[in-house]
Ligand binder design. Structure first.
Ligand code: SF4
Length: 357
């Protein structure tokens, strides 16, 4: 049982973050935000995969203006990611951004920051103070050194300094992220930060890498933090189709028994006992279960040695044999079919389960 750290609650559009709210899974588009059609198409795919908050990069006024049309076509809250130009932050909020991600210290001074805060108050928009190892102020780097596992204070102080800037304007609808590309720095940084603030935390490893390296790094860092009750929302950053980020995110939450979305698929790695083409069967089943919403357990096993045991434990499972497959439903032998018919029969049963009330 994971005891979550107590944090304040803020709202990004209709999604509550912190204060015991469900841990939300985010992603970021990699389209040109000015291209409304392409951006909306990507967000729709992300929504279907379960994405709960989407961030888009706002590089110019056209991108800020595009938010109005994008918002009309999507269902999840949109956060505008802005660097340096306070006018873009204000414009993004005027065009309907439900959150902004900025580094208050790099907006060009107190007056410009004040205008951003005024707009955030007027539009009821929370601000994510997002600092990265690469964006730390020089004086903090001089004082604490480059952030490391042993001493992540430069990151933490940079974030808290920026938070104080917002607080000076009476603004408290804040969440914080301190991102590093190093797994251990990420863990120790958030562990220490969580003792110093009760603002909700957006956790993540930045520039984590491709599908395998990025998934491993993010899962290790975020898995440890979430297990310690730290983190209110997160993004798995991958150099991949952002839909993969959402899939990894929900698998991470499922593995910690924090949240479930859709079926859990158990499949064996295959071995010398496998006598059917399990890889293709498992691949097709995986593709199909990603379209399902019911949180059932599905097992795809290669042989009759260990297969039936797991297959029986699942809501529905199959175990391969020599040119045949056995399908179990709720622990009971349901059907024995020829290998050629196994996949289709199994998919048909999955469709029926999904349709059942
Ligand atoms: S279930 Fe059977 S085929 Fe799959 S890894 Fe285990 S022993 Fe091998």
């Amino acid at each position: 049982m994971i005891l979550r750290r107590q944090t304040r609650k803020i709202h990004v559009g209709q999604v509550a973050v912190g204060g015991g709210s469900p841990i939300s899974v985010q992603s970021m588009t990699n389209t040109d935000t000015r291209d409304v059609e392409e951006t909306v198409a990507q967000i729709e795919r992300l929504q279907d995969a379960g994405c709960e908050i989407i961030r888009v990069a706002v590089l110019d006024t056209d991108a800020a203006a595009a938010i109005t049309e994008i918002r009309e076509k999507i269902c999840i809250p949109l956060i505008a990611d802005i660097h340096f130009d306070h006018r873009l932050a204000v414009a993004a909020m005027e065009h309907g951004a439900q959150g902004i991600r900025i580094n208050p210290g790099n907006l060009g001074g107190p007056e410009k920051l004040a205008r951003v805060v005024d707009a955030a108050k007027a539009h009821n928009v929370p601000i994510r103070v997002g600092v990265n190892s690469g964006s730390i102020e020089k004086d903090l780097l001089k004082e604490y050194g480059y952030p490391s596992e042993e001493n992540p204070m430069a990151l933490i102080e940079s974030a808290l300094r920026n938070v104080r800037l917002l607080e000076e304007y009476g603004f408290h609808e804040i969440k914080i992220s301190i991102k590093s590309s190093d797994t251990l720095t990420t863990i120790s940084g958030y562990q220490q930060l969580s003792k110093l603030t009760d603002y909700p935390l957006h956790i993540g490893v930045t520039e984590a890498g491709g599908l395998i390296a990025g998934t491993v790094k993010s899962s290790v860092a975020l898995g440890i933090l979430l297990h310690q009750g730290i983190g209110d929302t997160f993004r798995i950053s991958l150099t991949r189709d952002p839909v993969e980020e959402i899939r990894v995110g929900f698998e991470l939450l499922r593995s910690l028994k924090i949240r479930e979305r859709g079926p859990e698929l158990i499949s064996c790695p295959t071995c010398g006992r496998t006598q059917i083409d399990l890889f293709s069967i498992a691949e097709e089943v995986e593709r199909f279960v990603q379209t399902m919403e019911k949180p059932i357990k599905v097992a795809v096993m290669g042989c009759v040695v260990n297969g039936p045991g797991e297959a029986k434990e699942a809501d529905i499972g199959l175990a391969g044999g020599n040119g045949v497959g056995i399908i179990f439903k709720k622990g009971v032998l349901f059907k024995k079919v020829k290998e050629e018919e196994l996949l289709q029969t199994f998919l048909n049963e999955l469709k029926l389960i999904e349709q059942e009330q």
